[in-house]
Design a protein around this ligand. Structure first.
Ligand code: DAT
Ligand code: MG
Length: 152
């Protein structure tokens, strides 16, 4: 089923020049870009976004990191998009992520894992995160010309 998911190139990915590579991978897979915003996350937004982790010992470091520089926030759409993006990202810890995944190809350290994507195992996380970062009018409805070749 076609759905939308929230994806973000984190400050380390931006600083390391990986925005283009990450966008390319998602585009070439057939996912459709619906929204994109280059932005600086403030503390309030970071604490909301990572609210599920507020009791964890790494919470302060996580909020500090995600607010430490610009990020590229995006919405991508496609069949099973949330789970498929997570598969392309790889395991949370780049040290465990398979080569061929984004984290497995571009990271080495758990605290610098390049990309965020909504968790498909957390029901509704994609919609919640899209709402947190984007206004409805920023989400663009259109057809990619290859859609009839991407889907049976
Ligand atoms: P994911 O980003 O794969 O959804 P998560 O939601 O469990 O992973 O954690 C959010 C981020 O927090 C993760 O990208 C990196 C950081 N993190 C997770 N577990 C950590 C830990 N044990 N120590 C330090 N940072 C951690
Ligand atoms: Mg998560």
């Amino acid at each position: 089923m076609s759905e939308r998911t929230f994806v973000m190139v984190k400050p380390d990915g931006v600083q390391r020049g990986l925005i283009g590579e990450i966008v390319s991978r998602l585009e070439e897979r057939g996912l459709k870009l619906v929204a994109g915003k280059f932005m600086q996350i403030d503390r309030d937004l970071a604490e909301d976004h990572y609210g599920e982790h507020e009791d964890k010992p790494f919470f302060d470091d996580l909020v500090g990191f995600i607010t430490s520089g610009p990020v590229f926030a995006m919405v991508w759409e496609g069949q099973d998009a949330t789970r498929q993006v997570r598969r392309m990202m790889g395991a949370t810890d780049p040290a465990d992520a398979q080569p061929g995944t984004i984290r497995g190809d571009y990271g080495l350290d758990l605290g610098r894992n390049v990309i965020h994507g909504s968790d498909h195992e957390d029901e509704g996380a994609n919609e919640r995160e899209i709402d947190l970062f984007f206004d409805e009018v920023e989400l663009v409805d259109y057809e990619r010309i290859d859609e009839t070749w991407l889907y049976e």
